[in-house]
Write a protein that binds this ligand. Structure first.
Ligand SMILES: Nc1ncnc2c1ncn2[C@@H]1O[C@H](COP(=O)(O)OP(=O)(O)OP(=O)(O)O)[C@@H](O)[C@H]1O
Length: 367
């Protein structure tokens, strides 16, 4: 680190430290905020490079250890929490970030770090309900299944192979990763970033509730002719009840929110029963929205704990964007759609998705 300090860009061998050093010097000398864009294919090393950039900025602008836990320490310590809830195993990377991240490091007049903010966007919500072999869902689900016995019993969990949102893929474990140890490490990191033990319990209750939601299957309601649905059997009713308990909501209302659709027209409210397929889609939609709101809440909590400097002089932003991927199911028409969107603008892409996949929710489109 010391070797790169003050060295001209290109003087030392290529390294993220050289980029961070150059951004810092420019910020001081030109009195202007700087941004570093970290881009590359999935698995190229963007997240690891981002961590190195942060460590180097902390080295240049950090405070002495005697001044208590610093902003830069907190930013670095928030990584395990972000990774537990926003990273998953993909074909290319066992710890792939499934969200974009912009970390803003704020500096004071003297070039010392005075605050920070983490902004995230476009978490891949579809992964919560749908995974393909040999990928995994978000790490936190497996960690919770591998938690100490009393926690597993409290959340009524168990073997991850029993949960539909996890067993669509045959991959449950990662080489060299012990999920039970990761569970403890994540809880420790949560504590460091200011998430209390009650809040941790609330977070894990939601994670467990999502797994229970996924196990509610629907069948046509007995004796009804038109579209209708109800949980398939006793086991499904158990998962419904457990999910309601964990989410602290009414079981019947939760069931109705899957099996019925309420439409409000001028002056009247119409309740329409849904068929089993539509009910399963409602269940998945709820799981996705709850998970993405949980993720946003965690980020917000971390930001409050780190603290921003409202009068900071300048900042260095580090953008760690999504890695590019080529899926097996990338059809020619999908690629054509993306090419068209580049030619004609974003709205073309949005419209094409709307018509081709009949999606109307904007968040679904961005996913
Ligand atoms: N500098 C490095 N030294 C050693 N190993 C590295 C380094 N950078 C990355 N790796 C290895 O490559 C893996 C993938 O890196 P990383 O998660 O940073 O990729 P990424 O580009 O952020 O991918 P994604 O877009 O999927 O999130 C890491 O888990 C690590 O094993």
């Amino acid at each position: 680190m010391a070797k790169y300090k003050g060295a001209a860009f290109g003087e030392q061998s290529p390294h993220p430290y050289a980029v961070a050093s150059s951004a810092y010097s420019k910020m001081i000398n030109e009195e202007r905020s700087q941004s570093i864009l970290v881009s590359g294919e999935s698995g190229a090393g963007k997240t690891e490079s981002t961590k190195m950039l942060m460590r180097y900025l902390a080295f240049l602008g950090g405070r002495a250890a005697t001044e208590g836990r610093s902003v830069e320490q907190q930013v670095l310590e928030s990584n395990p929490v972000l990774e537990a809830f926003g990273n998953a195993k993909t074909v290319r990377n066992n710890n792939s970030s499934r969200f974009g991240k912009f970390v803003e490091i704020q500096f004071d007049q003297k070039g010392r770090i005075s605050g920070a903010a983490i902004r995230t966007y476009l978490l891949e919500r579809s992964r919560v309900c749908q995974i393909s072999d040999p990928e995994r869902n978000y790490h936190c689900f497996y960690m919770l299944c591998a938690a100490p016995k009393e926690d597993v019993a409290k959340y009524k969990l168990g073997d991850p192979r029993k949960f539909h949102y996890l067993n669509q893929s045959n991959c449950f474990e990662l080489d060299g990763v012990d999920d039970s140890k990761e569970y403890h490490a994540t809880k420790r990191a949560m504590e460091v970033v200011g998430i209390s033990s009650e809040e941790q319990d609330a977070i894990f209750r939601i994670v467990a509730a999502i797994l229970h939601l996924g196990n509610i299957e629907f069948v046509k309601r007995v004796g009804e002719e038109l579209d209708s649905s109800q949980p398939k059997d006793e086991e499904c009713y158990f998962h419904l009840k457990t999910a309601a308990e964990l989410l602290m909501c009414d079981e019947k209302s939760l069931e109705d929110s899957f099996c019925k659709r309420v439409m409000v027209t001028r002056g009247e409210t119409i309740t329409k029963s849904l068929d089993p397929n539509a009910a399963a889609l409602s269940r998945d939609a709820l799981a996705k929205i709850v998970y993405s709101r949980l993720f946003d809440w965690i980020i917000c909590k971390i930001n409050n704990s780190i603290g921003q400097d409202p009068v900071s002089k300048s900042l260095i932003g580090v953008l760690d964007i999504y890695g590019f991927e080529s899926f097996k199911t990338n059809s020619k028409s999908t690629l054509q759609t993306i090419e068209n969107s580049q030619k004609y603008g974003m709205m073309t892409l949005v419209d094409e998705i709307r018509t081709r996949w009949k999606v109307i929710d904007m968040q679904e489109i961005s996913d």
